[in-house]
Ligand binder design. Structure first.
Ligand code: NAD
Length: 321
């Protein structure tokens, strides 16, 4: 099958994100080459992709027949040359490190067709820096997914100084054809949009626990049972529009202005994790997991499955699956 002119994709890096991207591309009927430097990771990726596809079958999203065909369309390789030589699109998901991504891109330059798009899953590195030594920086862009990419629609597209508009258009068309929601950043920004927002929230979450205002578990409850429910349906601006009633967002912002300015004065400004935070977070999360019901899952694997069940219900509601 072809999606927006793309028939074959290379996924570079078969870790958590690479396996999930591979699942997504295979599920939509594309041929996929999955490359990793580690044989162990190649084998893990094969298992992950199979489990992900079987899960989609179990949820009635994919037929058994289409799953069999998807599995037959996957090629696993430890040769980067083999992975990229005949593809139209490359989704790089190797380690989050400039040197590693630059060295992988140097190999891509050698072996990939000149017009294949190079899309990096980087969580927040700059594409200008990743592609600074590339012979083809015009075909490089950042395409940051949210975990798990095969279920979450957002893809943040970031352009480097030399990324061509044609590359951006082709990448957006491709992701849209898969049912994704690409957003193009108007200028480069470390951490892009969603991770900056997530980490702004998380910095405050850390601070509230460190100050002794609440536990790790209660921070999670506050997000989960409050704003998180609305965030699944709309973003903060639209939320405040509704919060302002007849006066809309402007009315709400004026109404809370004095109060919010006092909070902002008092809010977290950490530039590094506070001392001891790793231990506090680990112990808090362990306690939170132990307090969950068996139906909600009590370990990472069970909770991941519970999360994916919930994501699928939300995606159905949003008509995104
Ligand atoms: N984990 C997340 O939630 C998340 C979300 C969005 C984006 N990302 C980004 O996706 C990328 C991959 O993250 P991940 O969580 O899958 O990491 P991961 O550690 O699970 O996987 C990375 C993979 O890259 C492989 N690798 C390392 N060096 C390589 C090389 N030179 N050539 C080929 N493969 C190599 C490793 O063997 C490993 O399989 C990173 O850039 C990360 O920032 C991660």
């Amino acid at each position: 099958m072809k999606m927006a002119g793309i028939e074959k994709v290379a996924v570079l890096g078969g870790g958590l994100i690479g396996s999930s991207w591979a699942t997504n591309f295979l599920w939509k009927g594309l041929k996929v080459n999955i490359y990793d430097i580690s044989y162990k990771q190649i084998s893990t990726a094969g298992n992950r992709v199979r489990v992900n596809l079987e899960y989609l079958v179990s949820k009635g999203i994919l037929t058994q027949e289409r799953m069999d065909s998807a599995l037959a369309h996957a090629t696993y390789t430890s040769s980067l040359e083999e992975a990229v030589t005949d593809v139209q699109f490359i989704q790089e998901s190797v380690l989050e490190n400039y040197e590693v991504k630059q060295s992988v891109l140097a190999e891509v330059d050698k072996y990939a067709p000149a017009d294949a798009v190079f899309a990096s899953s980087t969580s927040g590195l700059l594409i200008t820096e990743i592609s600074k030594n590339s012979k083809r920086p015009d075909r490089c862009l950042g395409a940051h997914p949210y975990n798990p990419p095969h279920l979450i629609p957002l893809v943040e597209i970031s352009k480097g100084q030399k990324t061509s508009e044609d590359t951006v258009r082709r990448a957006c068309d491709f992701y849209k054809s898969l049912g994704k929601e690409p957003i193009v950043l108007q200028k480069e920004a470390l951490g892009f949009i969603a991770n900056r927002l997530s980490m702004a929230l998380y910095r405050e979450a850390v601070d509230l626990v460190v100050r002794g205002v609440c536990s790790v578990e209660d921070v999670d409850k506050a997000v989960n049972f409050g704003p998180g429910l609305r965030y699944a349906l709309m973003g903060p601006n639209l939320i405040y529009q509704l919060g302002g009633g007849l006066h809309g967002i402007e009315g709400l912002l004026k109404h809370v202005e004095n109060s919010v300015e006092l909070w902002w004065e008092d809010m977290a400004t950490w530039k590094k994790w506070p001392p001891g935070w790793y231990e506090t977070a680990r112990e808090g999360v362990n306690r939170e997991m132990a307090n969950r019901s068996p139906e909600q899952g009590r370990n990472t694997e069970e909770i991941t499955r519970w999360r994916d069940d919930g994501l699928i219900e939300i995606l159905k509601l949003l008509k995104k699956i």
